[in-house]
Design a protein around this ligand. Structure first.
Ligand SMILES: [Zn+2]
Length: 62
């Protein structure tokens, strides 16, 4: 179970988290990639983010 670091709301369900999908606005990301940001629906704190549908174009090591 996850708790919001800001407002301590218990985030036990997907509905408690707002997933914001951002398109490749800056051009930094390829159009085929989508960047997701998870926010607490209660206070809007950023809980994390990630890239979905992204495929390493080769040499994607960190
Ligand atoms: Zn919160």
């Amino acid at each position: 179970m996850v708790h919001c670091p800001e407002c301590k709301t218990t985030l036990s369900d997907e509905s408690d988290i707002e997933f914001i999908e951002t398109d490749a606005v800056s051009g930094f990301f390829k159009a085929s990639k989508r960047f997701y940001i998870a926010e607490c629906v209660d206070c809007g704190a950023n809980l994390g983010s990630g890239v979905a549908g992204a495929k390493a174009g080769g040499g994607g090591a960190v």
